[in-house]
Design a protein around this ligand. Structure first.
Ligand code: GAL
Length: 390
């Protein structure tokens, strides 16, 4: 009797207190792809907008190119009811989240929401602090598939501990939910978040500009890019560095810069979350976002993040190892004038005289079998993106 009581106590302890230690939700084997409301619409979100965006994801071909998650960022929530349940803004979401999820799912898409580890979100809506398990149960009941979890109003909270609570809450809620950590790289999440989330932001907020810097921490594409250098080894299937969402098509970048932003994010194995108005995007923007050859580099099953292998002033070479033994290579010109830039095979880890097929992923043309070096003219702020396959 005494023995079985002791065994029961041990089992109970094991079940209640040490049951969950790793994320292990089997999700995001490739970097998640989708659309998020924040970059273009900020707080101006509504059921109408989200439904229109779901429709546009289908008609524009974005869904079929792989963009599956439709995520409502901050401002969908307005208050908590007397029982502490989180309430969507009834004016903006009159049919409620379950009905919206159903609509999104009927389009072959998945549904994402946003919350915050602190008491308030960044736009001062109710955060999940103290309500983690109740909120996770609610998300599961609404058929949510993705949660972006921010870091405002967290005072002295510890990031690994706070994010682990929501991880455990999501696992306990019993629905597969991608967990996106958004603490802006503040506590170096790449060092601890592999077992906590499926992706983690590595920097402050991306801005719709090439190289601007805001005093509150927002920054343009090239500054975000520079902060990714050295983080490569932390990413892999199920756990990704997140250099923030795409600004492609939001107006602050030229078409050349949009193409560079997209190519470099693919090299980084970044989550590809579009942030533009899909209902009105131009053919050029659509062509960038749905370039399947570039998307395939991002989604390559090996899941190795690309790295900067050469830097010579404004001229850079980035290389990403692919599952078939090939390399994706981005030749990047940060300078103000077009430049001739070359890559030798040793730059990308191949013997110098290896014969390899080179294919241009933006002109969609095979450039032939070469033994390197490969030289090409690259426009100002532009890239040439190729695959090199022995
Ligand atoms: C920021 C976050 C942005 C967006 C915003 C919403 O903290 O980095 O991506 O979610 O909050 O208020």
């Amino acid at each position: 009797m005494k023995n079985s009581l002791a065994l029961a106590c041990v089992l109970l302890f094991a079940f209640c207190f040490v049951d969950v230690h790793a994320l292990d939700n089997g999700l995001a084997k490739a970097p998640p792809m989708g659309w998020n409301s924040w970059n273009k619409f900020g707080c101006d979100v509504s059921e109408k907008l989200i439904k229109e965006m779901a429709d546009a994801m289908v008609t524009s071909g974005m869904r079929d190119a792989g963009y599956i998650y439709l995520v409502i960022d901050d401002c969908w929530q307005i208050d908590r009811d007397a029982q502490g349940n989180i309430m969507p803004d009834p004016k903006r979401f009159p049919s409620g989240m379950k009905a919206l999820a159903e609509y999104i799912h009927s389009k072959g898409l998945k549904f994402g929401l946003y919350s915050d580890a602190g008491t308030l979100t960044c736009q001062k809506r109710p955060g999940s602090r103290g309500y983690e398990f109740q909120d996770a149960r609610q998300y599961a009941a609404w058929d949510v598939d993705y949660l972006k979890y921010d870091w405002c109003s967290t005072s002295t909270q510890n990031a690994p501990a706070s994010y682990s609570i929501m991880r455990d809450a999501l696992l306990k809620a019993g629905r597969p939910i991608v967990f996106s950590i958004c603490e802006w790289g503040t506590s170096k999440p790449w060092l601890w978040a592999k077992d906590v989330g499926n992706l983690w932001r590595t920097t402050g907020d991306i801005q719709d500009c090439w190289d601007c810097k805001r005093d509150w921490g927002g920054m343009g594409v090239v500054h975000i890019l520079d902060l990714q250098d050295g983080l490569e080894s932390y990413a892999g299937p199920g756990h990704w560095n997140d250099p923030d969402m795409l600004e492609v098509g939001n107006g602050g970048l030229t078409i050349t810069e949009n193409r560079s932003h997209f190519s470099l994010w693919a090299m980084l194995s970044a989550p590809l979350m579009a942030g533009n108005d899909l209902r009105t995007m131009s053919p050029e923007v659509k062509e960038i976002l749905t370039n399947r050859e570039v998307i395939a580099v991002d989604q390559d099953p090996l899941g190795l993040q690309g790295r900067r292998v050469k830097r010579n002033g404004d001229q850079e070479v980035w290389s990403k190892q692919l599952a078939d033994g090939g390399r994706a290579v981005v030749i990047f010109n940060r300078g103000a004038k077009a430049a001739e830039i070359s890559v030798s095979w040793t730059d990308i880890g191949y013997p110098p005289h290896l014969s390899a097929n080179v294919r241009d992923l933006w002109s969609h043309k095979d450039l032939g079998k070469l033994t390197g070096p490969f030289s090409t003219e690259v426009p100002s702020h532009g890239v040439v993106m190729v695959t090199i396959r022995p």
